[in-house]
Design a protein around this ligand. Structure first.
Ligand SMILES: Cc1cc2nc3c(=O)[nH]c(=O)nc-3n(C[C@H](O)[C@H](O)[C@H](O)COP(=O)(O)OP(=O)(O)OC[C@H]3O[C@@H](n4cnc5c(N)ncnc54)[C@H](O)[C@@H]3O)c2cc1C
Length: 471
């Protein structure tokens, strides 16, 4: 298993079940991957907890996911010492450059060892596709295919991982999944999908950009989809078949469109994983930013003095989730207002998002940073967003307690308080804005636009349109 920790609609397990040969299921917590900048403890804890939930289910068949805490080749060598391995089944991984390189190395090893490694396509993301011809149609066809009906039988193999390859005492942090986060595991994915389709989803479109209302009305399935606790196909089919689909066709269709966006972004990343390390439009590597480390630190800690920015960052740190609009605003504020290269913040946010999916994260981050050359450059004004999306300051007051007792007149712009207003508030301690709150001095957007006439930016834009844009 990789990012597919679920018992149902699972093609690799389905194929393993079809054989006369017995099989075991393994997951590797790879120390080299765990040490990467984009991976954080909360991701690994979610995975560990998801496997625990899955193993409780599999126990009735005397099966389990065998956890290894070592590199994949070490795990395979250990299994090879006990058994002959004929086949390895997994999903394709549209991951970072690191996971690509790891998979290439493994492929070589498996070839030498005469092991047949079959990788199945995931979520209609097509490996090796050079453009988007016919992709949309293909996505719908894939989503309408029947789900894999996994039925488990007991295993004859009495397999056990030796202690030194799964020593949880050395990685005890894995067992400490916080209750502040959404519960992990396939059972909860199902529960959240049901509550969305039966109740929460009716206000999906209306509340999607509100930082606090969206916590209930959005599906909140991203975490489960990113780690594969449920398949997109199952979500798609259950939505289409849900009792309320006809009644709430508009919000539910908006939701379904976003499921397609998910695969669309991952498809971009599958084709060009260098999204992770450089501007996808190479011409934008010429951009110059201030990159002040003290401003970066304030953004990271939610101490910028801009209430909605700080509330969003603190909420993300605490709960691992914020809605799309607030994610976009945080990136926009970082790059356009604080003049920071997107590379300065991208891994930090990946660490905080419990739903971190490289294929969406790096592509969206660059889109919001304005470094693709093919999307319009959108700069979110955090004060305007604050007044529109959190008009009564409910979200702000919850996450920025320094502003708890402040009136609605000032909750979006506390710097506008006069000395007299301030004396009425005891112990007011909220930070002053780290940049001029009129936000008039931002030159980043102008520079980004100027670069659009650069020859390299223009030729890269042409190339990107050919490869990544649907016809
Ligand atoms: C800078 C930035 C980084 C992001 N990083 C991630 C990430 O690492 N992982 C991730 O899952 N989403 C990411 N998103 C997209 C989006 O914000 C989340 O998918 C969404 O907020 C998840 O909440 P939900 O499951 O309630 O979504 P819903 O609105 O209920 O949508 C259903 C599903 O559709 C997909 N989806 C929704 N919006 C988008 C979108 N704009 N692009 C692609 N897929 C989408 C997700 O899988 C989501 O679970 C990012 C957005 C931005 C601006």
């Amino acid at each position: 298993m990789k990012r597919d920790i679920r018992p149902f609609d699972h093609e690799p397990i389905h194929m393993a079940q079809k054989h006369d040969l017995d099989f075991i299921i393994i997951y590797c917590f790879e120390p080299s991957l765990m040490a990467r900048n984009d991976i954080s403890e909360r991701h690994l804890q979610f995975v560990y907890q998801s496997i625990k939930v899955l193993n409780e289910f599999l126990a009735q068949y005397e099966r389990k996911v065998n956890n290894f805490i070592c590199e994949v080749d070490e795990a395979i060598n250990y299994i090879q010492n006990k058994y002959e391995i004929n086949n390895i089944y997994s999903y394709e991984e549209s991951g970072t450059i690191f996971t690509w390189e790891r998979d290439k190395k493994l492929k070589k090893k498996f070839n030498l060892d005469k092991i047949n490694w079959v990788e199945f396509q995931k979520n209609a993301v097509i490996r090796g596709k050079k453009n988007r011809d016919g992709w949309d149609k293909y996505w719908y066809a894939f989503m309408n295919l029947p789900l894999f009906q996994n039925s488990y039988s007991n295993s004859e193999l009495n397999f056990k991982v030796k202690k030194s390859l799964c020593d949880i005492n050395k990685f005890i942090f894995l067992t400490k999944y916080s209750k502040k986060f959404l519960p992990a595991g396939f059972l909860y994915a199902d529960k959240y999908l049901k509550s969305f389709l039966q109740k929460r989803g009716k206000n999906y479109s209306k509340n999607i950009s509100s930082p606090h209302l969206s916590r209930e009305s959005c599906s909140r399935l991203s975490i489960y989809l990113s780690w594969g606790n449920i398949s997109i196909r199952e979500v798609y089919q259950k939505t289409k078949r849900s009792q309320l689909y006809l009644l709430y066709k508009r919000p539910f269709n908006n939701f379904l469109i976003r499921l397609k966006w998910r695969s669309h972004f991952v498809q971009k990343f599958e084709v060009e994983p260098r999204y992770e390390i450089e501007c996808i439009n190479r011409g934008y590597e010429k951009m110059k930013y201030d990159n002040s480390s003290s401003l970066l630190k304030k953004w990271k800690n939610g101490e910028t003095g801009f209430p909605l920015v700080d509330a969003s960052m603190r909420c993300l740190i605490s709960t691992g989730w914020i809605n799309f609009r607030m994610r976009a605003m945080l990136v926009s504020f970082l790059c356009h207002h604080l003049s920071q290269d997107w590379k300065k913040g991208v891994n930090y946010m990946a660490n905080l998002f419990l739903d971190y999916e490289p294929g969406i994260h790096f592509t969206q981050f660059q889109m919001q940073a304005g470094t693709t050359g093919i999307n319009s450059i959108r700069v979110y004004n955090p004060i305007k967003q604050s007044k529109e999306k959190d008009p009564d300051g409910i979200f702000i007051r919850h996450w920025v307690p320094e502003l708890k007792n402040i009136s609605n007149n000032f909750v979006h712009e506390p710097w506008k308080m006069t000395k007299i207003d301030l004396t009425l508030l005891k112990d007011f301690s909220y930070a002053n804005p780290v940049i001029d709150p009129s936000l008039k001095n931002s030159i980043v957007k102008k520079e980004l636009w100027k670069l659009r006439s650069d020859e390299l930016v223009k030729s890269e834009s042409k190339r990107l349109l050919k490869v990544h844009v649907r016809k």
